[in-house]
Design a protein around this ligand. Structure first.
Ligand code: FE2
Length: 250
């Protein structure tokens, strides 16, 4: 994102110091500022591509539910939720024609898509409050058997938060329409993670996901691509004019 000026400094109050006595800012104020910053970033993504925004919101929702199912602390669940909201932020540098390509990606296009976890990481570490979620964002496409990207990490090298994001990401993606295939549905998504349990996806996270859907009745609240009607209208308009603005969860 060339020219982006959203740095740690831009999130600090005038004077640049997080000294409560000097600035009058409390921890609560900073948290609110951070949440506002996330909201703005999410809106930026949505302005460009409403499907990415819908996908991120739904992944955040499921990832938080999995964190709860796994008995994580509220702080960790909150971080996982925020990481979910921003996990594909790095796709902002991927051309829309690649994100929305209906067919198979060629080698170069795949390589470009695969830059998004690191780009997202590099963006988030610029923001003090976002630094704790930068690593899970970097690792959300890593897989247990080392077949993921960008680093090909395996097993315990992958953060638990990233393992949760990875499962939430693939389940949401399979439940949603993509340019290269229709929505496959929850049952198919759960079959997929069950089949890859202990291979690609963490055993405990998969179990938590199966329990969330099958026993706790988890359902996605936000609809894919329906976060803002205006954004959906733009999408339809561009589809009619022969271009695509869909997002592929690749
Ligand atoms: Fe991703």
């Amino acid at each position: 994102m060339n020219g982006c000026s959203m740095t740690a400094d831009s999130l600090r109050p005038v004077g640049g110091k997080r000294n409560e006595g000097q600035t009058g800012q409390s921890g609560h104020d900073f948290r609110k500022m951070f949440e506002e910053a996330i909201r703005v970033i999410t809106l930026m993504v949505e302005m460009r591509d409403c499907h990415t925004a819908g996908h991120q919101q739904r992944v955040a929702q499921l990832a938080a539910a999995l964190g709860e199912e796994l008995g994580l602390s509220n702080d960790r669940i909150s971080r996982i939720h925020m990481a979910g909201l921003l996990h594909d932020i790095g796709k902002i540098v991927v051309p829309i024609e690649i994100l929305g390509k209906p067919g198979r990606l060629n080698e170069i296009e795949s390589a470009i898509i695969r830059t998004h976890p690191r780009v997202g990481y590099e963006m988030l570490i610029q923001i003090d409050f976002a630094a704790p979620i930068a690593d899970p964002v970097l690792q959300h496409h890593e897989r247990l058997d080392g077949s993921g990207y960008p680093a090909g990490l395996g097993g315990e090298e992958i953060l638990p938060e990233a393992k949760i994001l990875g499962v939430a990401d693939v389940v949401e993606a399979m439940c949603s329409h993509r340019p290269y295939r229709p929505a496959l549905g929850v049952d198919r998504a759960l079959m997929e993670i069950e089949a890859q349990k202990g291979i690609l996806y963490d055993n405990d996270v998969v179990d938590a996901c199966l329990t969330a859907f099958r026993d706790r009745g988890f359902t996605f609240q936000a609809q894919p691509g329906m976060i803002r009607p205006q954004a959906e209208e733009r999408l339809l308009a561009s589809a009619k004019s022969g271009t695509t603005a869909h997002i592929a969860a690749r």
